[in-house]
Design a protein around this ligand. Structure first.
Ligand SMILES: [Zn+2]
Length: 193
């Protein structure tokens, strides 16, 4: 990450109203009884200008991975700081690799990066709430809205490694879902006690 230093916060120390929405460290059960803990440590982003200044990777600003609309909880949408799980830096590095392989700019849709657990599209358990998923709707001049284009870039994403998961094309898709699974990150200065 480059640009200004971003403050890291322990979600457990946030005010009640934020904790109720972000549910830091809370175990969530998904399909087949598989449980993962929601992220606990967050970057505290002071403003949109700051989000635009922070580069997570050479071609990726933080602002590109945290755009949400009215699907997000009011408090999280309208009030700064915004809290974004620290693992977003890992996602950004993988997206940078994807960009390099594609040799073209990539575009992540609104609501297609980090979404809080309270976001309307998050449901009970959604990897976007770990900040390790991105919905890519455009690569260079190509829109990812047909089976052939999505399959082409899905194969490219697959080639980055087994830790990358992409959703296969389904009728009506207008983006490629790309994720790294349930990574959580504890910055070295933070305690999990
Ligand atoms: Zn997605």
């Amino acid at each position: 990450m480059s640009g200004p230093e971003v403050e890291v916060v322990d979600g457990m120390q946030l005010p009640d109203e934020h904790r109720a929405l972000l549910r830091p460290g809370e175990p969530v059960e998904g399909k087949e009884g598989i449980v993962h803990r929601l992220p606990r440590f967050f970057f505290s982003v002071a403003s949109w200008p700051e989000a635009h200044r922070i580069k997570l990777a050479p071609h990726l600003k933080l602002s590109e991975l945290m755009m949400v609309d009215s699907c997000e909880a009011d408090l999280l949408l309208h009030q700064f700081p915004h809290y974004v799980p620290c693992a977003i830096v890992v996602l950004a590095r993988y997206l940078e690799s994807f960009r390099r392989e594609a040799d073209a700019a990539i575009f992540v849709s609104a609501n297609g990066g980090y979404r809080s657990p309270a976001h309307g599209l998050s449901g009970n358990k959604n990897v976007h709430s770990w900040a390790t998923a991105a919905d890519i709707y455009r690569v260079g001049d190509s829109y990812l809205d047909d089976e052939k284009t999505i399959a082409k870039y899905a194969a490219l994403a697959d080639s980055l490694g087994p830790q990358v998961f992409v959703k296969p094309y389904a009728e009506g898709d207008d983006h490629l879902h790309f994720d790294l699974g349930f990574i959580t990150m504890t910055p070295r200065e933070c305690s999990e006690r």
